[in-house]
Design a protein around this ligand. Structure first.
Ligand SMILES: *Cc1c(COP(=O)(O)O)cnc(C)c1O
Length: 367
């Protein structure tokens, strides 16, 4: 060998593709491709972020003690069983690294979050996809794909990129059907967009069951995507294992401070949820009225299916020409779909107007 050779399970990884921020011709326009909060960040979190400037020369608190205390107080959790990460993405990698390796399988549903196969391959494990049910998670098909090699099962609820959701009873049934030595990861990146009645019971399960880990993020409803902060809740053993492999000082001081402040910004979170409920419902209704299909969503985006004369690819470029960048997902088996983040009122209306024009154009062309 004349040069170092990366491990084959690493070169087998299809790199993560982030949502684009600029158009084909380099314009920076309306970004509806990464499920960010169109209302921005709460004033409290911004102020806390700014105030952290005076400690720029010091390492952050490696134990994130104040952040864990704040999360524990807010959600009624044991602070010792909270892990934090450079985004919840890091925690997804940590749990795969702690529980899976060569010869093991990591299971998730087709059209699941794109980081799951990446997290599996990174540690040399085999990613396994269970079929979806009309773009959503089906507990029976997931369970049918569990075998003695299955070490980790990832379920995003609501799921990204489909927005689909399974209720508490289904999560409980999934957990009950899994072997006790198989880790169930309930990825709740969009949990704050749900009503209290829609809680899928993940945190309660993680409280009592040693094989359940819940992950959450400050990137979505809290509007802190740039600071990269996520957290997880699980058994003391699971948290201990993940601490051993996480990078030291993995969450910045400003990030920790902003996150703590964000947890008290209830009005901002409530306004964000209300905005999303209102415009997601309106958007889905309009999309259906135009003759496209909107997959029912509980998150801050909608997966729109293009099954008629207008292709998703044409719509993707047509929306970009009009100044809206959305997510086209041919690499995730969804060449016929666009994932569109619920933006501001103007953005939502602009996208609907654009889609209307594009559908009309496609019908004229095909007539
Ligand atoms: C956005 C997202 C995450 C990760 O967010 P971070 O910014 O890394 O905290 C995790 N899971 C799902 C399903 C997501 O959509």
């Amino acid at each position: 060998m004349s040069e170092p050779i990366p491990k084959p399970w690493i070169t087998a990884i299809a790199p993560y593709v982030p949502g684009r921020a600029t158009t084909d011709d380099g314009r920076r326009v309306h970004k509806l491709s990464s499920n960010e909060n169109p209302l921005g960040t709460s004033a409290a979190a911004k102020a806390a972020f700014a105030a952290a400037e005076v400690t720029l020369d010091r390492y952050p608190d490696a134990a994130a003690a104040k952040l864990r205390e704040a999360l524990a107080a807010k959600y009624g959790l044991d602070p010792a069983r909270i892990i934090y990460g450079t985004g919840s993405d890091e925690i997804l990698h940590l749990v795969a690294g702690a529980y899976a390796g060569h010869g093991d399988e990591v299971l998730y549903v087709r059209y699941g979050f794109s980081v799951y196969p990446l997290a599996a391959r990174r540690v040399g494990a085999t990613p396994v996809e269970a079929p979806d049910e009309d773009y959503g998670t089906n507990v029976d098909t997931l369970l049918a794909h569990v075998n003695a090699r299955t070490r980790v099962v990832f379920v995003a609820n609501p799921n990204n990129p489909t927005g689909t959701f399974i209720p508490k009873a289904e999560i409980a049934r999934l957990h009950a059907g899994l072997p006790k030595d198989c880790m169930l990861v309930i990825d709740q990146a969009y949990a704050e967009y749900l009503t209290e009645a829609e809680d899928d019971g993940g945190l309660a399960l993680a409280e009592s069951e040693p094989n359940v880990l819940v992950t959450r993020t400050f990137s979505k409803i809290h509007g802190l995507a740039a600071e990269r902060i996520g957290w997880g809740y699980g058994s003391a053993k699971a948290i201990d294992a993940m601490h051993r492999i996480r990078a030291p000082f993995n969450v910045t001081t400003a990030g920790q401070e902003a996150a703590i402040a964000a947890l008290s910004a209830d009005d901002f979170v409530e306004a964000s949820r209300a905005h999303n409920d209102r415009w997601r419902a309106w958007f889905a209704e309009q999309v259906e009225a135009i003759g496209l299909r909107a997959v029912p969503s509980k998150a801050n985006f909608v997966l729109v299916l293009f099954e008629g004369a207008l292709s998703a690819e044409t719509a993707y470029h047509g929306l970009m020409d009009r100044g809206y960048i959305v997510r086209w997902l041919p690499n995730q088996g969804l060449p016929h779909a666009l994932r569109i983040t619920i933006g501001t009122e103007d953005e939502v209306k602009g996208v609907v107007a654009g889609l209307k024009e594009l559908v009309a154009q496609a019908q004229t062309v095909s007539a």
